[in-house]
Design a protein. Structure first.
Lengths: 269, 302, 346
């Protein structure tokens, strides 16, 4: 682009400002010692401190983390295995498009429909076992269901870059199935697996709707807490919590980008 | 020597062994999706034909009532409330997507025009709100629309709202929230197309056409269609189906289809009706996807 | 580095079809232990398929591969004492050069000291010592090829297969590598089977060349045999430029449109082709005693080391050293000596 377009630059910057200004407002409030946040009464960290003594918030944060970690672990393993199964076997064209379609469903379906369907299914399963009461297990299952598809797609796109001649070379060099998998395929898939896992993790942390429908009284997550709290009335504490969450998000995003850069094993000549 | 051995990627084996092993790999993921996706979906469809018991429980008695209600045929004649809500959702989705697209183009051009090093920075700047929780991004508007701040004061000045009232809950606030939530969904895929733009074609068009709009339509738009397509499909359907934004910024009276569904699973305790409305949303989703794929694109989001 | 096994490779009645495409048609060939054997032919002639069948990466539709005394046809690639250098080299991108070379040894759980010894040996032999800790992405094409070679050779295979290993290299490097490869094979004594479409490569490296066409081995012999005495037009033209002259059998020689020529080796046909290489046609000051032909220069092509003259009649090509300069229109006498003319088979 050679010509400098001031109009475009202005629009772009305005858009970015538009995206950030609400968050900045919240951040400013969180450091304001005034309770209603509109008049600046001085810098303070008291709202943040209060957060850490609030057991309920800490529990919610913990729940959010556990939920994300457990569901990511399960989804990453299953998604990777699924991706391998889809890509590395001589399925016919029809089977392939069928599998593709199934994999795309969790991604395309509005999350509220999936949530509703899961509520119904769990209520039925509850008849057989109490494990399926509203709570962590339900939420983990719900998260894994959509994470699975994302992980599988990411790992599969990585797999397509790994040509079959590397496999043939390994065989020519006396590798058996297990050695091939362990020493060649998994290491080569790893950047995809890691990328898929990070995607799944972030999706879980961010999820609201599915958690909302499936959470039980003792498995509230941070997004649910914030939602319930702001409906009652916004307090500086909430602002502090939100700012903290945004800060953690920033760290995560930057951390993920750094990690993915390091993991780049070039597969192309 | 008629045998059924095959050579697959250097491995000497039979088709059967391969299929068995392949099924093994597919089984866990497939089974999971069967149990927790397909079966619930089928069940959900079945529920949409069931009846609501007196105390909000589920009665397995077949009825068309839910769908009748959906299309507005209730006790008191034709009251297409739900259809209107659907229409409103479509409009909101459409407008949100449109505004997001309009502002995503300058943003994408801007980022693409940066030197390669700082592009990464600007992309991160866009990615951060993208990954920030929707609830936070939505309620953050409470602050800006508060009566103590200029926006609300301006609206009061023009008589749009009474003095001293915040600029929410109302439709305008919903649109503000929706665009701020969904804009990055369009920008990021669009950017990946804009980055690969062949600017020589644009320059050639600038020589040919005096009108900026024609240059855009002829040289820029066609090249960005892949990314634009992905952005639209990632935005339109979720925007239609959101309930957080209209709930927080639109108030109890402003309902989109997501709110309606959520209500059936919450206060109204009417699962069958909720399922029927969900089916309506599902049909809308399918239609949107059809329109998208008719345009020749495969759904390859990742 | 080589063992004392003297295993010959016997390709017996091998056929291969892919769906309805008949790629290899009843190939029979013996490849002797310790020789540098080349499969030469254009793309699609089946040479790579045959190589992959020997490696164990394809199953023949029928036929056998016998190594030494053992029928190895039912064996998978991972059980054959045969290693391959792939056209793309197929180096493991996530492993260092050292680890790449050690791969085939580690996969068989060979004693770590032995592995170290062999890998070091291999790296040294192929001049890769400095690059042992680098990744394949950091190497040049020529270096990658050497790694692929080392990776295969440290396993001390009975046979080393090479699938068009020079195709990714530039011309100058190619010439050097061809000679290096030849020397390496002579030093090691391992049987090498090379697949290529480049006739120069085949001529430089090989002990024997098998020229392939459409799934058959058309002629097999030493480079001199195949070059000097091609059995068909196809082989003659594939190995290099060749002048083709239609001829009818006559007493002591053949009759052609340019006159009668004596032949040292009489053909067994009545009508057919005779050929002579451009570099064997002599240019004579005066009319030669026998087998002379008076021709006009149409054009001359400078080739650095020599000129190619294109002459009429007969669209003849003559290769001559550069100190003689000829202009289009010059009329000269050519001698096609009886010993250099070759009658081609049917």
């Amino acid at each position: 682009m050679k010509k400098k377009q001031p109009v475009i630059k202005a629009l772009a910057l305005f858009t970015i400002w538009f995206l950030y200004v609400p968050l900045l407002g919240v951040a400013v409030c969180s450091f304001n010692s005034a309770k209603d946040g509109f008049i600046w009464k001085g810098f303070t960290l008291q709202w943040y401190v209060k957060l850490f003594s609030n057991d309920w918030i800490l529990t919610c944060a913990w729940n959010t983390l556990v939920l994300a970690l457990v569901s990511t672990a399960i989804a990453t393993v299953m998604g990777t295995v699924l991706a391998y199964g889809m890509n590395r076997f001589p399925w016919g064209r029809k089977t392939n498009s069928f599998l593709n379609m199934i994999l795309n469903i969790p991604i395309v379906i509005p999350d509220i429909i999936m949530a509703g369907a899961l509520v119904v299914v769990f209520s039925l399963m509850r008849i057989f076992s109490d494990i399926f009461r509203m709570g962590m297990i339900d939420m983990i299952i719900g998260h894994v269901t959509f994470q699975l598809a994302f992980v599988a797609l990411v790992v599969r796109s990585r797999l397509t870059l790994i040509g079959s001649d590397v496999e043939e070379a390994a065989r020519d060099l006396f590798a058996d199935n297990w050695y091939l998998m362990r020493k060649v395929m998994i290491p080569l898939m790893m950047p995809g697996i890691v990328a898929g896992a990070m995607l799944a993790f972030t999706l879980s942390l961010d999820d609201f709707v599915i958690s909302f429908f499936l959470a039980g009284p003792d498995s509230q997550t941070l997004p649910l807490y914030i939602y319930a709290a702001v409906r009652r009335g916004v307090t500086p504490q909430i602002h502090a919590l939100s700012t903290l969450v945004v800060f953690v998000t920033v760290l995560l995003v930057i951390g993920i980008e750094r990690l993915s850069k390091k993991n780049e094993v070039s597969l192309t000549e | 020597m008629k045998d059924n051995r095959i050579l697959w990627r250097g491995e000497l084996t039979t088709r059967r062994t391969l299929y068995k092993r392949g099924f093994g790999y597919l089984s866990s993921g497939f089974l999971w999706l069967m149990i927790f996706l397909l079966v619930p979906s089928i069940l959900f469809i079945a529920v949409s034909f069931a009846t609501r018991g007196e105390w909000g429980d589920l009665v397995w008695k077949f009825t068309w009532e839910n769908y009748q209600r959906f299309f507005g045929f209730g006790y008191f004649g034709w009251a297409p409330d739900t259809l209107l809500i659907m229409l409103r959702s479509i409009i909101v989705g459409f407008v949100t997507t449109l505004i997001s697209v309009i502002f995503s183009y300058p943003l994408s051009f801007f980022i693409a025009s940066r030197p390669p090093r700082s592009r990464y920075f600007w992309l991160t700047v866009v990615i951060i709100p993208f990954w920030t929780n929707m609830v936070i991004r939505t309620y953050a508007w409470f602050y800006l629309l508060d009566p103590a701040l200029p926006l609300a004061k301006l609206a009061a000045f023009f008589g749009i709202i009474p003095e001293g009232m915040p600029l929410y809950p109302n439709e305008f606030a919903v649109y503000l929230g929706m665009v701020s939530v969904f804009l990055p969904f369009v920008t990021l895929p669009l950017y990946s197309s804009v980055e690969k733009l062949d600017w020589s074609l644009v320059e050639a068009a600038q020589d040919l056409y005096s009108s900026r709009i024609r240059v855009f339509m002829q040289a820029i738009l066609p090249q960005t269609i892949p990314g634009l397509g992905v952005g639209i499909i990632l935005t339109f359907v979720p925007a239609m189906a959101t309930f957080v934004v209209p709930d927080l910024l639109g108030g109890a009276k402003y309902m989109l289809i997501g709110n309606l569904i959520q209500q059936q699973f919450d206060s109204s305790r009417d699962w069958p009706y909720g399922a029927a409305v969900s089916m309506g949303l599902m049909v809308l989703t399918m239609i949107s996807l059809q329109i998208y794929t008719r345009g020749g694109k495969e759904i390859e989001i990742l | 580095m080589k063992t004392e096994n003297k295993k010959n490779l016997i390709i017996q009645d091998v056929e291969k079809s892919f769906d309805s495409v008949h790629v290899l048609k009843k190939v029979n060939q013996v490849i002797n232990s310790g020789e540098f054997f080349t499969l030469l032919g254009p793309s699609g002639c089946g040479k790579t398929t045959l190589l992959r069948i020997i490696a164990g990466l394809e199953i023949p539709t029928s036929g056998k591969i016998i190594l030494g005394n053992e029928d190895i046809t039912p064996l998978p690639a991972s059980k054959r004492q045969i290693n391959m250098v792939f056209q793309s080299y197929a180096l493991f991108p996530h492993l260092t050069i050292y680890e790449n070379v050690a791969f085939g040894l580690r996969s068989r759980k060979i004693n770590p000291d032995e592995i170290k010894r062999r890998v070091e040996n291999g790296l040294e032999m192929l001049v890769l010592g400095e690059m042992r800790d680098r990744l394949p992405s950091q190497l040049s094409g020529g270096q990658k090829q050497r790694v692929a070679l080392a990776r295969a050779l440290v396993n001390e295979p009975d046979i080393l297969l090479l699938d068009e290993p020079m195709s990714a290299l530039d011309a100058k490097l190619r010439a050097q590598v061809q000679e290096d490869l030849r020397n390496l094979q002579r030093k090691l004594g391992t049987t090498f089977i090379l697949v290529t479409h480049d006739q120069n490569e085949a001529l430089v490296c090989s002990d024997r060349i098998a020229v392939m066409d459409n799934g058959h081995i058309v002629q097999c012999g030493s480079p001199e045999e195949v070059y000097d005495y091609p059995c068909s037009k196809y082989v003659a033209e594939f190995l290099g430029a060749a002048n083709m002259i239609t001829a009818k059998r006559a007493e002591g020689g053949v009759d052609t449109e340019f006159g009668f020529f004596y032949l040292d080796r009489m053909p067994d046909w009545n009508e057919g082709l005779i050929t002579i290489r451009p570099e064997w046609i002599k240019i004579s000051e005066t009319k030669p005693e026998r087998n002379g032909l008076y021709a006009t220069v149409d054009d001359s092509v400078y080739r650095g080391t020599n000129f190619d003259l294109l002459l009429s009649p007969g669209n003849l090509r003559v290769r001559t050293s550069s100190y003689k300069h000829f202009q289009p229109g010059d009329k000269i006498w050519l001698e096609l000596t009886a010993s250099d003319l070759v009658a081609l088979g049917e």
